[in-house]
Design a binder for this molecule. Structure first.
Ligand code: NAD
Length: 499
């Protein structure tokens, strides 16, 4: 088995502020805990008010006075490419650290999340050169006017990250923020901060100037909140839960902060009766179990047409045998399913499972924590509830664990009604051989990202989904981190105002 501890340093991981690796001002540290056994394996400095204020000031100065704010797009692009190359050289190390910190399965980090992180750095390096152009917009008045739109960086961006894929998502966001010309203060989740603290080393070694990238750990309610409330932060981008998004909307009101919120989901996966049941069930399983169900766009509400309902359920339950729970580094012995991120989150997910039972849903798979040696960690096997109705809590609320709710439907109209009967609108899927029906239903699902006869998208950065309803706020892509400016020019000499 791989020894990931060879990459773990003994001293606490420092914050990264203004181009320097520093302890927190208070000297406080927090443990990094392995979700496989809840053992502390490293420690990180815990940021506070003084640290975040320093980081904001550094980011402000680097944006307003340079060097970052005064660099050309080409220079920024080259630095992003350099960071990509340095991360590629250290991919085994980063994959080990991310696996340990988040309880992931090692190959899923090394062969999926890490390549996505590298690709984001490369993709946005390209965007820094050719994705920022504006537009000349014709207006009434013939050739008398020049009316053009340019895109400019927002300024200082506070990037607040979740724990479910910090390296991949962190690189996707940070690369876009930097490519757009902003500076950034990154606030990783307290449950999985290591990969972002280490990523600072990559930006440092690549030669990013002081203040361009800063990483400050600490509690969301303190460090995150200071970013949201600071007048010197022009924009806050959050990937996190809907309740956190709502709090940020409230606390950002005083500064009318530019916000981008990528929030929670409870996505429907609609299975019509003309499908290959085995194949659709495999996709449905994949859709709610990837990363042990800790994926925002997970297809956790599986809606199945009546005539194949019981057969589909049986197949889905049988397929759960495919999983072997354990330490993600033990993949050579077949382990392919990791634990939940923390004891606290494990308890939350178990609480939802109990609620599902109490509210009368039919438990057909899983439903209790793993036992024996695995009980040291936060393991919950794939859990499936059948006959779930829209009134039940487990149908409406995001669980963020490997728990699927299966419900029957009779007609296409009923499927669409059920699909849209929640407050979220992040993603959705439809399985059918009928292309007209597939496109009709895809168009009617309330969600920013829809899959047809598949689950999950390969174009996360090329065509990102935006959250509808309570799943998010803000446009997608690099323009999310930019502001438009329209300039209107009178080209005629000595033209008088029309008064
Ligand atoms: P969370 O909302 O608990 O925390 C996210 C981040 O916000 C953390 O860094 C946290 O410290 C910070 N935070 C908490 N309270 C804050 C406050 N008051 N002010 C500022 N910052 C604050 O989410 P999580 O548990 O880390 O992640 C899981 C959630 O993220 C799920 O709901 C999931 O659906 C969502 N998510 C969404 C997407 C997407 O693209 N839509 C992607 C991944 C995860």
């Amino acid at each position: 088995m791989i020894n990931p501890y060879q990459y773990i340093q003994e001293e606490p991981y420092p914050l990264y502020i203004n181009g320097e690796f520093v302890p927190s001002a208070s000297g406080e540290t927090a443990p990094a805990i392995n979700p496989v056994n809840n053992q502390v394996f490293a420690s990180i400095y815990q940021g506070g008010r003084e640290d975040v204020m320093k980081a904001i000031a550094a980011a402000r100065d680097a944006f307003d006075n340079g060097p970052w704010g005064k660099m050309t797009h080409f220079q920024r692009s080259n630095l992003l490419l350099k960071a990509r190359d340095l991360l590629a050289e250290r991919q085994n190390e980063f994959a080990c650290v991310e696996t340990l910190d988040c309880g992931k399965v090692f190959p899923s980090v090394l062969y999926y999340e890490l390549p996505q992180a590298l690709d984001a750095l490369q993709y946005f390096a390209g965007k820094a050169r050719s994705g920022l152009e504006g537009q000349v917009v014709p207006v009434d008045g013939g050739g008398r006017y020049l009316n053009y739109v340019t895109w400019e960086p927002c300024g200082v961006v506070g990037e607040i990250l979740p724990w479910n894929g910090p390296l991949m998502m962190g690189c996707q966001k940070i690369a876009a923020i930097l490519a757009a010309g902003n500076t950034v203060v990154v606030k990783p989740s307290s449950w999985a901060a290591l990969s972002m603290l280490k990523l600072a080393e990559v930006f440092h070694d690549a030669g990013f100037p002081p203040g361009a990238v800063n990483v400050v750990t600490g509690p969301g309610a303190l460090v995150g909140d200071l970013l949201v409330k600071s007048k010197d932060v022009d924009m806050v981008s959050l990937t996190g839960g809907t309740e956190t998004g709502k709090q940020i909307i409230e606390s950002s009101a005083a500064t009318v902060k530019h916000l981008a919120l990528e929030l929670g989901g409870k996505s429907p996966n609609i299975i019509f009766d003309d499908v290959d049941v085995e194949n659709a069930a495999k996709w449905a399983l994949w859709g709610f179990t990837l990363n042990s169900g800790q994926v925002c766009v997970s297809g956790t509400r599986i809606l199945v047409q009546e005539s194949i309902y019981e057969r589909f359920l049986e197949t889905l339950v049988d397929l759960c045998q495919h999983f072997k729970l354990g330490d993600g580094f033990d993949f050579q012995n077949g382990v392919n399913f990791g634990p939940l991120i923390s004891k606290e989150h494990f308890q939350t997910v178990l609480g939802y499972i109990e609620k599902g039972k109490a509210e009368g849903a039919r438990l057909v798979a899983g439903g209790s924590p793993a036992s024996g040696k695995l009980a040291e960690g936060n393991f919950i096997p794939p859990t499936i509830f059948a006959d779930v109705t829209p009134e039940m809590t487990i149908f409406r609320e995001e669980i963020f664990g490997p728990v699927a709710c299966v419900s029957p439907f009779a007609t296409e109209e009923e499927a669409i009604h059920l699909a849209n009967a929640v407050d979220f609108g992040l993603a959705g899927a439809v399985f059918t051989e009928n292309v007209r029906r597939a496109l009709r239903v895809a168009a009617k699902i309330n969600g920013g990202q829809i899959y047809v006869n598949t689950y999950f998208s390969k174009g996360m950065i090329e065509s990102p989904g935006t959250g509808w309803k309570q799943s998010g706020l803000g446009v997608a892509g690099i323009h999310k981190y930019m502001r438009s400016k329209t300039t209107f020019v009178e080209l005629g000499d000595g033209v008088e105002p029309p008064m």
